[in-house]
Design a protein. Structure first.
Lengths: 355, 184
């Protein structure tokens, strides 16, 4: 039987990583994410599954430990919050370039700079468009509940290994700190996989395995890029996830991701009570973005309001997706402020219905 | 049934655990629940608050600006959340340490002397359980047996011998809460 618990998002993430059969967690504390490493330290997964948990000396050290573990074919996960994730960007670019699997969790807080510790979604561009250098993509999952944190942790490892690509789980201060009912999956065994790309020692009769993101010849580096791009097209074709609510008869559409989508859903319910035919489209994967879903619903709409806890980031992808077929506006609060359902409903009426 | 509650007070009054106990009790009663703490600078000394939602239906937003019930345990919290109670809603306040009475006339108002009662019980740690008792008297959304089962989940096993004391505190709270203003 599955197990039902009341857990904080951050704690649920930690437990989900253990149960997903992770081999290693490397991290460094930062609010509002510190419960992840606290939970892991207190629960001693080394005794439960043999999973390694280590507090690194910095975020940069942690991501490079991840690089090393991933190079050995291990299931490795790290987490941090915005300023710490910025420090990890060099490592992420290298891991993406070397085509290694790993899971990185960003419990986003308000920026820029050291910013604030309250929830935000202002790292959308960094996660989706590539915060590090080079033409690379992270697969980006955006949970909106503690349950989805758990489910996406398992999914993140699956996708990371399926595509040998880093996967980002974009949480935030709300999802990380809130407690909800959560159903946990049973403990999965850690497995000793002998991937042909992993640097686990040269076997007799086999040639050496290299993990690198360096090619001295431009021709070779272009081949790497072409291979990466082909992989990204596959990901775009296969891995899009989104949720729709009351979209069938919708004349207007609200769109939001993560915790903000929960608040936006409340605004949608309030709008429906007033007789406004509005639906909600919630991207669960930010990359790959649900381009088709937006494109398909756009012709029936009089407008889309994109609600984010930032100054307007996902709204650019929504505009690209609908390609001028309907009006797209943005409403946001930022710097750690959370929009209220009333504010969202008001913005819908002002910017879309009356605008 | 959906009950949207804000609980606010000084750090150390047990504000966050009150919300957790209500939510865990809700889980035991097969409700949907959500608990969201203030974790900002205010929790490092000063005031703390948490939002607890208990509902028969799926909960959309875990963050709210208007509440069915506000439980305020100090004056700054009353100042902050009195106006956030929905018309017709409920405000419960702890009498000890308050410098003014609530002003609203369009909501139900009840007060409780939980601190004094906890002193009489020789255990100020059960203060928050007395307040929970008072709340459940007026808004009987959870069965006592489920609250006890919730406590069993929240408290580490080494404290389970204290559960009867906590039950006594809840019952005390149910006895001593008084309406100050009751809508028809």
């Amino acid at each position: 039987m599955k197990e039902l618990r009341l857990m904080k998002g951050n704690e649920a993430l930690a437990e989900a990583a253990i149960r997903a059969g992770a081999d290693a967690y490397f991290g460094y504390p930062i609010t509002p994410q510190s419960e992840v490493i606290e939970y892991l330290m207190a629960n001693r997964p080394e005794d439960r599954t043999g999973m390694v948990v280590l507090q690194a000396e910095s975020e940069i050290a942690a991501i490079n430990m991840i690089y090393g573990a991933a190079g050995c074919g291990k299931k490795a996960i790290t987490s941090s919050s915005s300023p710490g994730i910025s420090l990890k960007q060099e490592g992420l670019s290298y891991i993406a370039g070397a085509e290694l699997p790993c899971v990185v969790v960003n419990v986003v807080r308000g920026g820029p700079g050291l910013g604030t510790i309250q929830p935000s979604q202002s790292d959308y561009f960094q996660s989706v468009k590539g915060g590090g250098h080079g033409d690379y993509k992270l697969i980006v999952l955006a949970p909106n509940s503690v349950q989805e944190i758990v489910d996406f942790t398992k999914l993140a490892f699956e996708l990371a290994f399926k595509y040998r690509n880093p996967v980002m789980i974009q949480s935030d201060g709300i999802i990380g700190q809130m407690m909800e009912k959560v159903e946990l999956y049973e403990q999965m065994q850690r497995t000793e996989n002998d991937y042909d790309w992993a640097t686990t020692g040269r076997k007799e009769g086999k040639s050496a395995t290299f993990v690198t993101s360096l090619q001295l010849q431009a021709e070779e580096q272009e081949k790497v890029n072409l291979k990466l791009q082909a992989k990204y097209r596959e990901i775009e074709k296969n891995e899009v996830l989104f949720e729709q609510h009351l979209c069938d008869d919708a004349e207007y559409l609200l769109t939001a991701f993560g915790s903000c989508a929960r608040i936006t859903r409340k605004a949608m319910e309030m709008a429906r009570e007033k007789g406004i035919k509005v639906g909600l489209l919630r991207p669960q994967t930010l990359y790959p973005f649900p381009v088709e879903a937006f494109n398909k619903i756009a012709p029936q709409l009089k407008g889309i309001l994109c609600v984010e806890m930032n100054a307007g980031q996902m709204v650019e992808d929504v505009k690209l997706a609908v390609n001028g077929k309907t009006k797209v506006e943005h409403f946001g609060r930022f710097g750690g402020m959370i929009p209220s359902p009333d504010e969202i409903l008001n913005a819908l009426e002002q910017k879309i219905i009356g605008g | 049934m959906t009950e949207e509650i804000i609980i606010a007070g000084f750090g150390g009054q047990g504000v966050l655990s009150m919300g957790q106990i209500l939510c865990y009790s809700g889980v035991m009663q097969e409700k949907e629940v959500s608990w969201m703490p203030s974790y900002g600078p205010e929790m490092r000394g000063g005031t703390a608050n948490c939002t607890a939602i208990i509902s028969d239906e799926q909960i959309s937003s875990p963050v709210l600006t208007k509440y069915d019930t506000a439980i305020v345990l100090n004056q700054p919290s009353m100042d902050k959340f009195e106006d956030a109670v929905k018309p017709g809603g409920l405000l419960i306040y702890e009498r000890n340490g308050m410098t003014r009475k609530p002003r609203r006339t369009d909501i139900n108002i009840a007060s409780i002397g939980a601190y004094d009662a906890s002193v009489k019980m020789n255990n100020t740690k059960v203060f928050n359980m007395i307040v929970i008792g008072g709340f459940l008297k007026i808004r009987p959304i959870l069965e006592m047996e489920n609250v006890i089962r919730g406590l069993e989940k929240v408290l580490p096993e080494r404290y389970h011998h204290l559960i009867p004391l906590n039950e006594e505190a809840i019952r005390k709270g149910m006895e001593i809460i008084d309406f100050e203003h009751k809508l028809n």
